[in-house]
Design a protein around this ligand. Sequence first.
Ligand code: BG6
Length: 497
Amino acid sequence: MSQQLFCAASIVIFGGTGDLASRKLLPALCRLHDAGLLTHDFHVFVTGRADMSTEAFLEHLMQREAVLFKKDTRFASGFNELKSRIRYLRANPSLANEPEDFKQRLLAAEPLAAPARLFYLAVPPSSMQSFISLIRPFSEANTDMHCPERILVEKPFGQNLASARELNQQLLESFKENQILRIDHYLGKEAVQNILFMRFANTFFEPVWNNHFIDNIQISFSENIGIGGRAEYFDQTGILRDVVQNHLLQVLSMVAMEPPLSHKPGDLHLEKNKVLKAIRKYRPEDIQAETIRAQYVAGEVDKKPVVGYLSEDGVRADSKTETYSACRVFVDNWRWGGVPFYLQAGKRLERNITEIVVSFKPLPYSIFKDFNGKIEANRLHIRIQPHEGIILKVNSKPPGMELQVSDVGMRFSYDNEFGDYRPDAYERLLLDALNGDSALFLSNSEIEESWKFIDPIIDAWHGGGQPMFTYKAGSQGPEEAGALLAKNGHYWHQPVI
Ligand code: BG6
């Protein structure tokens, strides 16, 4: 089976009544349809545990996404055309005979005899295995006459290394590796894809992209939103597993990877995997010094008072789940030996922003000692969102008779260069999945290597002894996060836009 020959005629979404499906997946499919990128008779099957008519489902979707529908014209116009080909089906793994029953109902609803299907498992890790039982009967029908299904698995892939391995094993019992797509939606973001173009479509970054010139790299993910209606999921997960294990380690692997042989899936996976494998795994005794965890307490966001994490609906009053984490990471290889990568992620912080800051080494010697102003080390700010762009901070002489030095920014802004069109990450990734292109999806070994880094941290945190710091909602995070960098003479860089 070749990657390129797959072209899905339909998608079947498990977890179709959930937040992800209504906020991201269905709008993305509608926009793809609006752009003429789906096959002309493409069908969408949305599933949920309850019995419900398609009409009731669509009405519910419209009510829930009314605001988005109103302001997103591509979603609205795509929806109006696609809605006659959206169908709701019950899929409840706790009912006896549901696997065979669901299969018959789906076959009866499909207009084609042997369509190429994409199954999307948009369900929490705890119920992933039971939903796999619903798609297993389809694998038994695979013959030479039938184009085998693709299975797209939403993150997080497992809750730790052991459960990720078990999940992978389960999938491989019924499906082949090239049928499985493991998603991390950060890889579908324009500015994340652009890391590869910035590094490998230009010559001048490569000679300085190593431990001779780079002092440290910071990757910061900050959200001002809290946990919304996702308390049950988040309280079992925490920000380290929710965001760092996947999004931030993937971004790190793209920043740190060696030049791949091509943009093809195998070559990209190979190089990212090498980085993840080279990440130093902490010994239990190092974890307290190398990591920080914290929870938000009541504060103000956008000038409105908000409650602390422990008072959020659905959160256990004695919860030890972190809403902020920071850690120092080393990639132990020839290129990066000795360069700290600082990762931080948090909910209910001051701003919504994801940014990479590459800090270059300070000057070896300054001839401008008598000048006013401080010579800052050069920095490259790669803004992932919002206001995507790249800013290189360089030192310059401001015009005038007085000899001064100040750092200025050389800017590339997506808005100025390309306007405001930015496809949503799920649009990119759904289109790739429907066409069988796995370059922007994760290999199983990348996921396993990431868990090998995360698991010892979680174990040590749960083992006790690690302080749980606090920070005010709407602030820049716990004060203690600064100490993690200060011991190396570093500090968190503020975004420059
Ligand atoms: C998801 C996490 O994977 O990413 C969420 O589960 C987080 O907690 C979200 O809010 C952030 O994605 P984005 O695209 O809004 O940056």
